[in-house]
Structures are given as C-alpha cells and as structure tokens.
Ligand binder design. Sequence first.
Ligand code: URP
Ligand code: ZN
Ligand code: ZN
Length: 469
Amino acid sequence: MTRTVIRGGLVVTAAEELAADVLIEGEQVVALAASGSSAAESWTADRVIDAAGHYVIPGGVDAHTHMELPFGGTSASDTFETGTRAAAWGGTTTIVDFAVQSVGASLRDGLDAWHAKAQGNCAIDYGFHMILGDVTEGSLKEMDLLVGEGVTSFKLFMAYPGVFYSDDGKILRAMQRGADNGGLIMMHAENGIAIDVLVAQALAAGKTDPRFHGEVRHELLEAEATHRAIRLAQVAGAPLYVVHVSAASALAELVTARDQGLNVFGETCPQYLFLSTDNLAERGADGFEGAKYVCSTPLRPREHQAQLWRGLRTNDLQVVSTDHCPFCFTGQKELGRGDFSKIPNGLPGVENRMDLLHQAVLDGHISRRRWIEIACATPARMFGLYPRKGTIAPGSDADLVVYDPAAVHTVSAATHHMNVDYSAYEGRRLTGRARTVLSRGTVVVDGDSYLGRPGHGRYQPRATCQYLI
Ligand code: URP
Ligand code: ZN
Ligand code: ZN
C-alpha cells in the first residue's frame, strides 16, 4: 500500500486550522500530526508532497451537477468524463449529479441510465440524487428502494410545467414518503404555472431578448414557491433542502422557517453570488450575449448578493453548489435566438467554484473555515457522505487538495477544462488555485499536469442526511 505524506501545509477543515502533516495509506488518511513533531518526523513514506506555503484542504464536494442532462431539446455539453475532469482541475473531488425519472418511466430506469452514463467515465467519485419527474404510486414505492441503494435525496420541481413539474399534491406525497424513508426532498422553488403565463405575455409583447428570462421569473415567484414548499414540508413532517436560492425574499422565507426551528436548508450557487441581471442584459456584438447567463432560478439584481453572503455567514444558507449545467453558446444557447424561453437553462461552473469561494475569503465575505464548510463539509453531511468526504481525518478518503492561496490566475474559456465554449466568469482575476489534487490517494492533478483517468471515480452510495436539527 502506497504511503504518502503531505508535509508542511496549513490544514484547513470546517472545524480547525492547524500546521500539520498528513499521512495517507492507500486511499485513506490515517494520521495527522503537527509539522515538525516527532510523530510526523517518524513517518516513512513512498512519496512526499511538499505543501509549504499552501493550504491542505478536503477535496470539494459539489452536490449539484447535471452532466449530460437532456434539457430544452439538447443536452448539457459536459459528459461525465469531461465534467469530472474539469471538476478535478478545480479542486472538486466528489460530485452528486441528478439522475432523471422521465414521465412514464420508473425511477429504476432513470437511475440505471445515469449509472450507465457515469460508470467507467468519471475522474472523481460521484453519487446520484434522483429527479422525481413523475410522482405516482409506483415511484413513491421505488423511493424506498433507492434510499436503500444510497440514493437518499430526491429533487422535485415547482417549475417547468410539462417537463419536470409536480403539483402540490404530488409534492406533499413525496415529502410524506421522504419523512418515512429518510430521503431528503430537494426543491426547485419557482411558481412555474405563473411564470408560464408571464412568458407567453412577454413573447406576445415582442419581448424576446435573454434579459426577459430574468423579468418573467420574478423574485416573488421564487419567494412564494419557497414559502409553499416550506409549509408543505412542515405539514408532511419532512426536512427540506431548497436548491439554487437566488432571491433575497426567498432567503427570507428560509430564515423565518429556520427561526421556527424547522429542518429547512438552502443552497446557493456562485452565479448568484458573483453575477447579476447586468450579465443577462449584456448584448455583445449580436444582441444575444445575455443568453450565456440564462439559468433558473435566474440571476437577480446585484443588491441580492449581499443578502446571500449574509445568509452564508449566518448559516441560513448552508451549501454552495454549482448547478453545473453547461450549454455551448454556439448551437445550444442559440436555440433561443428570437425567443428567450427556448434558451437551454444552465451555467457552467464546476471548475470555478472552489476558487471563486476562496476569492470570497480574500474579499472578506466568509472566513477560511466557512469556505471549507459550505463547499466541502456541509454538502458531505447534508447528503450522507461525511466523514468519508468533506474533511481531513483518520479514516477519511484521501480526497485532498494542496491549495496555493497566492496563485493569481484569470478565468477564461481559452484555458478552462469544461467542455463549453464560453466562461460565465471570463476575464475575472482570482487569487488561489488548486496545485495538487488527490482523489482517494491518487494524484489526479499536479500543477499543469493532468494525471487522472476516466474510471478512477467510483460510485458513492450515500447515507441519509446527517445534518438534521
Ligand atoms: O438552469 C438550471 N438550473 N438548469 C439546470 C436544471 C435545474 O433546474 O437545476
Ligand atoms: Zn432546478
Ligand atoms: Zn440543477
């Protein structure tokens, strides 16, 4: 079994920061000891990784990705192979992607299809949530089986009528089932029925540009749906995790519920923290640049960002995931020229999340430990992967990043590794970058070299939520 020591770094976890060496045997961390201590000096190793001047952090856990997702008449442009490779470059070593149950199909069919896409292709470890696209007697029963297989979270949609949408009765029934079997309900909280009315009215009025995507998906329709989801979960006695929270008023609903002691959790994404409706309104050379920023929930006016940062500091928001769902500008986003409602929804970001959040540390939004908490530890706890993932401790998987906090780089589609022809953060200067990335003890990224391979990443069956009050 290969013994590796990472020497001389500042180990940063959600719980502590310590100048420590880390001993790895095979795929796992087996010990930490103060750098320079007799214990650390006594370790023999096959390989020594010098981390002086660097942080040693747990690999990122991105709990919201959509590799190869069929959506809007096309498919997300990152495959499991390209998307997990890009994740590794960015210091993320676990993703939890969304398998999809289509209307008329079983959960089993959907899950098997997603296993087939991922198996043998991933550079890093992966798990699955299940999108409940068709809540029926049969699929409710199947939820129990999936929980037993480590698929312990289920996404429901109050948006996208005719695609993924569930009405309140179906949502309540899925929540009741989740309350019984331990499955965590994840909610896309937007009032899709009302949004569709506003979409039709906007298009009829000739409002076809990308920026109208943001206007029709009104923040109050996110807040209303968030409120409704919370109360339905309360009636069902189920915990609730609201995905991609973008609006301050939706966050206020979470704050109220949490103040009432409810098991209600919220995730936001880098795009809502760093981008805004200003981007959606970009016209570029052909008036269509804003399409690059079409996602749902939509980008909001800049004023919302301060509230989201505050929510992250106060733990009213617990997780930052990417909702990585890339579509190329050429040929994919372009499907919506002349009709914003046909622009496939989603942004790339799996490679950028750890660095954007480190920049937020430098900019004073969050502390260094909070960075690790919202990007590694809490997503692992929320989705039943902790302490295998999300921390650095004896017994944890050796998913580790030697992170250079002083490396300055400029984000660009010309240099990123995601399979998408633009970057939502093009030209942004960031300080901090993963230097060496280990996935279960194997070095997959070292400086400018990619050493990983498709198939190294393993499916991770998950326990139920470990974060309940
Ligand atoms: O725009 C987004 N978020 N696309 C992916 C699907 C979803 O709703 O998460
Ligand atoms: Zn969603
Ligand atoms: Zn999503």
